[in-house]
Design a binder for this molecule. Structure first.
Ligand code: LLP
Length: 419
């Protein structure tokens, strides 16, 4: 459920008609609904009500906007961060350091030190040398780093290859068979407090089966580690729950996910950690755009919108589907390809799709754009960086400015030794 609805034939974000935002802020622009964000945060937390000890860390890579993070901080969410930049954002949004988990396959020594200095709650170690480095840095600071070892359970998540992370051939974690030995060596290092394990097998999962298989493997690992004398108090189950992008998509609900987790982990006796991203933020945002032109094509026409692959990269990168709706639908439809102005054929949002009939000057919205939307934007083709707006009932605010192409150009210089 979300708070983007038609009222009197006009698409609204909560109580704000989208044409008002287009007129006042311009397009393209991301529009987020606070009520939707809060609802998703609550639904996910409620789904875990049968888990006695838990911590939810929003995977802020999917939407690191400070306004969005502040909303989630107030819901009691912590953050899963993957860079020093994300770490500072989580703190700036008001999240407590101990509620921050530092994931990421290529943390630098400087980032590990930054995490220690900031007093974050947990480091998710991706391989042995990283753990050794963290132990050294912590020891030099007379600190002990709380850490878990990320394992790769070798499970096919059944999602797009570019967002699968839990197969043996993926770069993430240590092989689950090698994990006991590596864990043992890391646990012996002063400077590290190895307290558990982590996994994350992929994103936009539309079935619980691969998650359940991976969790069962991790459950056996936890038992093995305990049998070897280790104290295991935390297991980080990652994120990955899919969301509906098409009207007839039917991914597992947070409640079904929560029930499965409660069942599989009931005897684990640990604090469970969660890193949801898309399921919290996906449906909380739309990308509002204006139709520039409708151009005849060899078969169907091209609807050329003012948003492009630099603003919403998912269709170009993963052939992802985003619903496209007119802000003022007439009830008529057309079959068209939806494309942006960027000079690549890949700048295509949809091919030969039946959509609301639109014409030049009409407003439209790409739905389910609150996760992995603005955060993956670029300025390719010297386009401006897309702005973000947060709606709250009958008010809204620009939570990220449009960064003009000229501002980006102003940060460049021509060497004076080129004459
Ligand atoms: N934890 C870890 C360690 C992750 O790598 C990720 C996502 C998450 C949690 C959150 O996963 P979620 O709940 O959002 O599925 N740009 C791609 C998605 C990349 C996901 C990367 N890792 C897309 O637009 O589909």
């Amino acid at each position: 459920m979300d708070h983007f609805e038609y009222r009197d034939g006009v698409l609204h974000a909560e109580d704000i008609p989208l044409p008002r935002i287009a007129a006042e802020i311009g397009t393209p622009v991301y529009v987020y609904s606070r009520a939707t964000l809060e609802r998703h945060a609550q639904v996910f937390a409620d789904a875990l009500k049968d888990i006695p000890r838990k911590h939810i860390a929003f995977a802020i890579k999917c939407n690191p906007n400070l306004g969005v993070l502040r909303v989630l901080a107030r819901q009691g969410y912590g953050a899963d961060v993957v860079s020093g930049g994300e770490l500072e954002r989580a703190l700036a949004s008001g999240m407590a350091p101990q509620d921050i988990v530092f994931s990421g396959v290529g943390k630098t020594r400087a980032e590990l030190a930054q995490g220690l200095d900031r007093g974050i709650g947990q480091f998710n170690i991706e391989h042995e040398p990283e753990g050794v480095a963290l132990a050294e840095i912590a020891l030099a600071k007379d600190m002990t780093a709380p850490a878990v070892l990320r394992v790769n359970p070798d499970v096919d998540a059944g999602t797009h290859a570019k967002i699968s992370t839990g197969k043996a051939e993926n770069k993430f974690g240590v092989g689950i068979d090698a994990a006991p030995e590596i864990f043992g060596r890391l646990a012996a290092l002063p400077g590290l407090q190895m307290r558990g394990v982590a996994l994350h097998i992929g994103s936009q999962l539309t079935s619980l089966a691969p998650l359940e298989a991976a969790f069962e493997r991790v459950g056996r690992l936890v038992a093995d580690l305990r049998a070897a004398g280790h104290s295991i108090t935390h297991v980080d189950l990652g994120g990955g729950l899919g969301v509906p992008y098409k009207p007839d998509d039917n991914p597992p609900s947070p409640a079904e996910y929560g029930a499965m987790v409660a069942r599989v982990t009931k005897d684990w006796d640990v604090t469970l950690m969660f890193e949801p991203g898309r399921v919290i933020a996906g449906n909380t945002g739309v990308l509002l755009t204006e139709v520039l032109w409708v151009k005849p094509g060899a078969t169907n026409p091209f609807v050329i919108v003012d948003a492009a692959m630099n603003d919403l990269a998912r269709p170009a990168l993963y052939d992802a589907y985003h619903d496209f709706v007119a802000v003022r639908p007439t009830g008529e439809t057309m079959t068209a390809s939806i494309v942006g102005p960027v000079c690549e054929t890949g700048d295509t949002f949809a091919r030969d799709r039946v959509i609301d009939k639109v014409g030049s000057g009409d407003l439209a919205a790409f739905r389910t754009a609150g996760a992995y939307g603005a955060t993956m934007a670029s300025t390719y083709n010297s386009r401006s960086l897309v702005p973000e707006v947060l709606v709250d009932g009958d008010r809204y605010i620009v939570v990220a400015d449009r960064i003009a192409a000229g501002t980006i150009m102003a940060a460049e210089r021509v060497p004076d030794w080129i004459d």
